[in-house]
Design a protein around this ligand. Structure first.
Ligand code: ATP
Length: 364
C-alpha cells in the first residue's frame, strides 16, 4: 500500500470539512476524489500533501507515519488548476527548477539535468517548446508542462487538483486521455481531484465519491456507476428517473401501474425506485400492465444518443429516456406522441442498511 489514510477528521472553526475519512491507495494506482463543490476534496488532497494537518487520524506513506512530516519531506509532486509556471523562465528552466534547487550533493550535473528535462519534454510530447515562455503557450500545453515539472523530481506520489478545470471541453477530454496513457506508462501513484463525473470515470482506476466531508463509496468506475451504494452516488454519477411506489409479492406498484419483478425483497411501505434514462424502453403501443403512459415533450439529439423528455399521463412528473440514434431512428418518434414506458431495471435502497436491491422487470 502506498498511502493509508486512517480516520482523518478536519474542521474549520465549527465546520466539519472531513469526517472519518479512511482510504487506502495502492502503489501505482490512479485514484480520483470525486464530489460536488465544497465536499472536501481539496482539503483531503492538501492533507495528503502535508499542506494542511488533520485534527485527528493519521496518514501513512509506504508504511511510515507521515502525519507530522513536512510537505518537503513527503516527496509529492503537484499539479493544480492555477499552479502558474514561473513566467520569467523558459519551459526548459521551469522543468529544471526542482532539480537545480536541490542541495549540492543531491543536485544532478548540468548534462544530467539537460537529458532529464528533454526526456520529460518528450514524454509530454512538447519537446519543441523548450525555449518558449509560459505566456506563449496554450492552456493545455501549460498544464502538460506543469505535469512535466512535477515529475522532474521523481515524486513518490503525484497530486492533481482539477488540473484541467480551466480548459475548454475538447482540450479537457484530450488531456485526460493523454494523462491516462501517461499514467499507464509511468505508474506513479496519483490522486486526482475532480468534480466532473465523466473525467473521474474515464481516467481513474478507482473513484472515491465524497459528499459533505464523508466517503459515500469507493470502487472502480464500473462499480460506482453500475452499483451505486447510496442514492447520492446514483444521482451524482448520472441522470436518473425517480418513481415513488411499493414492492409487494413480486410486483412494483408505480402509480396505477404494476411491474412484474424478479429478485429483490419486499418494500411494502413505500419505496423510491431509481432508473437510468437508458434503462427504459419506449413502446409505441402496449398500454396495460407493466408500462407507464407518457407524452413526448422534447426530443434532443446529443451526439451518438438522443435524449427524450416525457410527461407522465397520470400527472406524476416528467421522465427522461436515452436512446441510441439507431433505436430512435427505428421508432420514428415525434414530439407530442403518446407512448408507453417500460423500465427494464429498477433499483431501490434500504435507507437503514444502505443496501441496494436491483429488480429486473419482466415482460408479461
Ligand atoms: P471545490 O470543488 O469547490 O474546490 P472541494 O470539494 O475541494 O470544493 P474544499 O475546498 O475541500 O472543497 O472545502 C471543503 C469545505 O471546507 C468548504 O465548505 C470550504 O468552504 C471549507 N474550507 C476549506 N478551506 C477552508 C479554510 N481554510 N477555512 C475555512 N473553511 C474552509
Amino acid at each position: 500500500m502506498s498511502i493509508e489514510i486512517n480516520d482523518v477528521e478536519k474542521s474549520f472553526g465549527r465546520f466539519k470539512a472531513l469526517k472519518n475519512i479512511t482510504l487506502n491507495i495502492g502503489s501505482g494506482e490512479l485514484v480520483a476524489l470525486l464530489g460536488p463543490s465544497g465536499c472536501g476534496k481539496t482539503t483531503l488532497l492538501r492533507i495528503i500533501a502535508g499542506l494542511e494537518a488533520p485534527d485527528s487520524g493519521s496518514i501513512l506513506f509506504y508504511g511510515e507515519d507521515a502525519t507530522n512530516r513536512h510537505v518537503r519531506e513527503r516527496q509529492v509532486g503537484f499539479v493544480f488548476q492555477h499552479y502558474a509556471l514561473f513566467r520569467h523562465m523558459t519551459v526548459f528552466e521551469n522543468i529544471a527548477f526542482g532539480l537545480r534547487v536541490r542541495p549540492r550533493g543531491q543536485r544532478p550535473s548540468e548534462s544530467e539535468i539537460r537529458r532529464k528535462v528533454h526526456d520529460l519534454l518528450n514524454l509530454v510530447q512538447l519537446d519543441w517548446l523548450a525555449d518558449r515562455y509560459p505566456g506563449q503557450l496554450s492552456g493545455g500545453q501549460r498544464q502538460r508542462i506543469a505535469l512535466a515539472r512535477a515529475l522532474a523530481v521523481e515524486p513518490k506520489v503525484l497530486l492533481l487538483d482539477e488540473p484541467f478545470g480551466a480548459l475548454d471541453a475538447k482540450v479537457r477530454k484530450d488531456l485526460r486521455r493523454w494523462l491516462r496513457r501517461l499514467h499507464d506508462e509511468l505508474h506513479v501513484t496519483s490522486v486526482f481531484v475532480t468534480h466532473d463525473q465523466e473525467e473521474a470515470l474515464e481516467v481513474a482506476d478507482r473513484v472515491v465519491v465524497l459528499n459533505e466531508g464523508r466517503v459515500e463509496q469507493i470502487g472502480t468506475p464500473d462499480e460506482v456507476y453500475d452499483h451505486p451504494e447510496t442514492p447520492f452516488v446514483y444521482h451524482f454519477l448520472g441522470d436518473v428517473n425517480l418513481f415513488h411506489g411499493r414492492v409487494h409479492d413480486g410486483h412494483a406498484r408505480i402509480g396505477e401501474t404494476e411491474v412484474d419483478l424478479t429478485g429483490g425483497s419486499d418494500h411494502p411501505e413505500s419505496a423510491i425506485f431509481y432508473v437510468r434514462p437508458h434503462e427504459i424502453e419506449i413502446l409505441r403501443d402496449g398500454g396495460g400492465t407493466g408500462t407507464i403512459a407518457a407524452k413526448i415533450r422534447d426530443i434532443r439529439p446529443l451526439g451518438a444518443t438522443v435524449r427524450i423528455e416525457l410527461e407522465r399521463i397520470d400527472d406524476r412528473g416528467s421522465m427522461e429516456v436515452e436512446l441510441t440514434r439507431d433505436q430512435f431512428g427505428r421508432k420514428g418518434l415525434s414530439e407530442g406522441d403518446k407512448v408507453y414506458l417500460q423500465p427494464k431495471r429498477l433499483r431501490t435502497f434500504d435507507g437503514n442498511t444502505k443496501r441496494e436491491t436491483t429488480l429486473e422487470a419482466v415482460n408479461r
